[in-house]
Design a protein around this ligand. Structure first.
Ligand SMILES: [Zn+2]
Ligand SMILES: [Zn+2]
Length: 361
């Protein structure tokens, strides 16, 4: 009988040990079923939501603050680490409840090391697909130093940040051959307002998310991949129907971001557009019913028309030779053979190659 009792106690100990172990590694994320509607959180009187799109040049970083909790989504390049640390200090943040690396590219993960060095972090989220780069290794090392296990959420998982509900809606499948399409895409719902964060998701991932049947409608869209025309397809925009969009992009970047194609899609969708290259740090606030915007500079909304006027004749293509030129090149084609091109990227995407005289690298 004594032996039996001992056996029983040991069994109990083993079971409870595994149970505790399980509890320890249990992620904070929960998975509602697809049909289950997101519970619209009740907002108390002194609740507030602020979403800062931080100007990190040709990179991405957003700080979400809701009630007493905060989340950093991407941190710009490694060179932005100090800028991110200073921003957190300015906002009096000593603990980040969530740090999200949308995908392993340096312009998103790089500056997260800065955040992980200066504040304590409770949860770190990243896609399964990693990168064998210094920036990514640093991020992993800093998370490890904080004793935090990096969580890899699945589409459908959700968690609360203050009174905001955050649902992971992508990636549905990880395209590890294109890191952009491993981007964690999230929808934040606060009262009757919502924000969509897209990382660098391109149209393949956008389509998979649409096919999965999520409710994508949102008031504010963080435009995917810095306004590259590989993202922000018409179908994607039609599902979201945002009132506002933000493009995180560097002035005079060599990629030609944002592309005229995306600007014109946003124009067609009648979206109020903000750009970190033109407006600096851009702050959205919500009271659960209305969204307001404050920018660091150029308060007035950059209607895309002005941008269009600036970029309309950025380059001139020759429809016969398929070369493209600066408008001041001395070897411009005859008037009848000229094709206006809105950006370097637009020219290359349309099969043109740069003129050896005016566009020699
Ligand atoms: Zn990327
Ligand atoms: Zn990027």
């Amino acid at each position: 009988m004594k032996k039996l009792c001992c056996c029983f106690i040991s069994l109990l100990l083993i079971v409870s040990f595994f149970y505790v172990k399980q509890m320890e590694i249990e992620p904070m994320l929960t998975s509602p079923t697809m049909d289950e509607p997101i519970a619209v959180p009740k907002i108390s009187e002194n609740s507030s939501l602020k979403v800062h799109y931080i100007n990190v040049g040709q990179a991405d970083a957003a700080l979400v603050m809701c009630d007493n909790q905060s989340m950093l989504i991407d941190g710009g390049n490694a060179a932005d680490s100090n800028l991110i640390a200073a921003y957190l200090k300015k906002e009096n943040i000593s603990t980040l409840d969530y740090v999200v690396c949308t995908h392993a590219h340096e312009d998103h993960v790089g500056g997260l090391s800065g955040a992980l060095s200066v504040v304590s972090v409770n949860n770190v989220i990243a896609p399964k697909t990693e990168a064998d780069t210094k920036a990514y290794k640093n991020f992993k090392r800093k998370a490890l130093e904080q004793g935090v296990t990096i969580q890899h959420p699945a589409a459908g998982d959700s968690f609360m940040l203050g009174s905001s509900n955050i649902q992971i809606i992508g990636p549905i499948t990880e395209h590890s051959n294109n890191l952009n399409n491993t981007s964690i895409v999230m929808k934040l719902t606060y009262g009757n307002t919502s924000f969509l964060f897209t990382g660098d998701a391109e149209r393949e991932e956008e389509q998979e998310i649409i096919n999965a049947g999520y409710d994508l409608s949102a008031d504010v869209l963080k435009v995917g991949h810095h306004g590259s025309d590989t993202s922000t397809s018409y179908v994607w925009l039609r599902e979201i129907m945002p009132e506002y969009a933000v493009i995180s992009v560097g002035k005079g970047n060599s990629y030609g971001h944002p592309t005229e194609t995306v600007l014109s899609r946003l124009r067609d969708a009648n979206v109020k557009l903000y750009r970190t290259d033109l407006q600096g740090d851009t702050l959205f606030a919500s009271d659960g019913g209305t969204v307001t915007v404050t920018t660091e500079k150029n308060e007035i909304i950059q209607t895309n028309e002005t941008v269009k006027a600036d970029t309309e004749t950025a380059y001139i293509g020759n429809k016969n030779s398929k070369k493209f030129h600066r408008p001041d090149c001395h070897t411009l084609p005859a008037e009848k053979n000229r094709v206006p091109l809105v950006s370097y990227e637009d020219a290359v995407n349309n099969g043109y190659s740069p003129c050896g005289n005016c566009l020699r690298k």
